[in-house]
Design a protein around this ligand. Structure first.
Ligand code: TYM
Length: 332
């Protein structure tokens, strides 16, 4: 049976890339699949998190899931640390994955930067935990943005090696779902780097909590080039900032790059940015407002996470029993 799992880190600054690349697709998929959506707090602490802020960010991300349209009765909405099976399976995967595989992970290299010796062991082993998140539920499909593709390939390698080593057909080989016209939203300040929670410039991203004025200001200041918009997609070649804004527009408008260019080809960026601001405010404004309303009711949010944890454990319990039996652990 098909089952969806995906996760988002509660590391603050939830942005348009997270929404268009991931969360918006989660909402669509809830109609077709059994879905587990996870606030991955254990992943977040692979880099330093202030405990008070972490607690807030876990609740805020849960609120964002619901505000964006995820139904907590239909889906399992949970935070990772409340189901210890993730950590238990991650340990087993630490013993399956090879150092050489992890050494190839570009995200580790980016995040660890020059001071690799000082990165946490958790940051290095992060992709093994990610594989455990997914495979503890035998999930088959994983909606993510483009940047997670390599981690999902590793998840497939881990599943395959586990199955081969033990001569079983226990874990599925997961399929990434990288959907829509904005699978890699770029920084508003630099079309060659990804929109990211950790960019020191808040002007590089639109946060889901930004109000209409902030959205308008950031888009007005977004970097562009002096040419008007082209009428065909190949006119965006070599124009990363223009391609980014058109992709964002297409995703927000539920349209395609072709269609947006058919309508706005020949426009000056000043006009296009006004149209983009209008649609961004119309789509994101209600989500931000609902997030604020929900965050003001932590008892409700905690109730959703408590219910999610119980339902998640019930789903991973039989998988873990099978895993422990396969590995040869004695369970008394
Ligand atoms: P995270 O928290 O960095 O991002 C959450 C989701 O948002 C997508 N995303 C983007 N999409 C388009 N453009 C961008 N600029 C952009 N930035 C982020 C990410 O691809 C992701 O889908 N390792 C994961 C979290 C995770 C996970 C999992 C995901 C942990 N376990 C299991 C899937 C399945 C991460 O750090 O995402």
């Amino acid at each position: 049976m098909d089952r969806i799992f995906s996760g988002v880190q509660p590391s603050g600054n939830l942005h348009l890339g997270n929404y268009l690349g991931a969360i918006r697709n989660f909402v669509r998929l809830q109609e077709q699949y059994e879905c587990i959506y996870c606030v991955v707090d254990m992943h977040a602490i692979t880099v330093w998190q202030d405990p008070k802020e972490l607690r807030h960010n876990i609740r805020e991300l849960t609120a964002a899931f619901i505000a964006a349209g995820l139904d907590p009765t239909k889906n399992v909405i949970m935070n990772q640390s409340q189901n210890s099976h993730h950590a238990e399976l991650a340990w087993i995967f630490n013993c399956v994955a090879r150092l050489g595989w992890l050494n190839r992970m570009t995200q580790f290299k980016e995040k660890a930067g020059k001071n690799r010796e000082n990165a946490s062991v958790g940051l290095y082993a992060y992709p093994n935990l990610m594989a455990a998140d997914i495979l503890a539920y035998k999930a088959t499909h994983v909606p993510v943005g483009e940047d997670q593709k390599q981690h999902l390939e590793l998840c497939r390698d881990i599943a395959q090696k586990f199955n081969n080593d033990f001569g079983v057909d226990l874990f599925p080989i997961v399929e990434p779902l990288i959907l829509g016209p904005a699978t890699r939203v770029m920084s508003l300040r630099d079309g060659s780097s990804k929109m990211s929670k950790s960019d020191p410039s808040d002007n590089s991203r639109i946060n889901l909590t930004d109000d209409a004025d902030a959205i308008a200001q950031k888009l007005r200041r977004a970097r562009t080039d002096p040419e008007p918009l082209p009428s065909e997609p190949d006119g965006l070649d070599g124009r990363p900032e223009a391609a980014n804004l058109v992709g964002i527009f297409a995703a927000l408008a539920d349209s395609s790059v072709e269609e947006v260019l058919r309508e706005h080809g020949g426009s000056l960026f000043s006009d296009f940015k006004n149209a983009l601001t209008e649609i961004a405010v119309a789509k994101l404004g209600p989500i931000g407002a609902e997030m604020q309303r929900l965050v003001a009711d932590p008892a409700y949010i905690d109730g959703v996470l408590a219910d999610g944890a119980v339902r998640a454990r019930a789903l991973s319990e039989p998988v873990m029993a099978e895993v422990f039996e396969t590995v040869g652990f004695v369970r008394t």
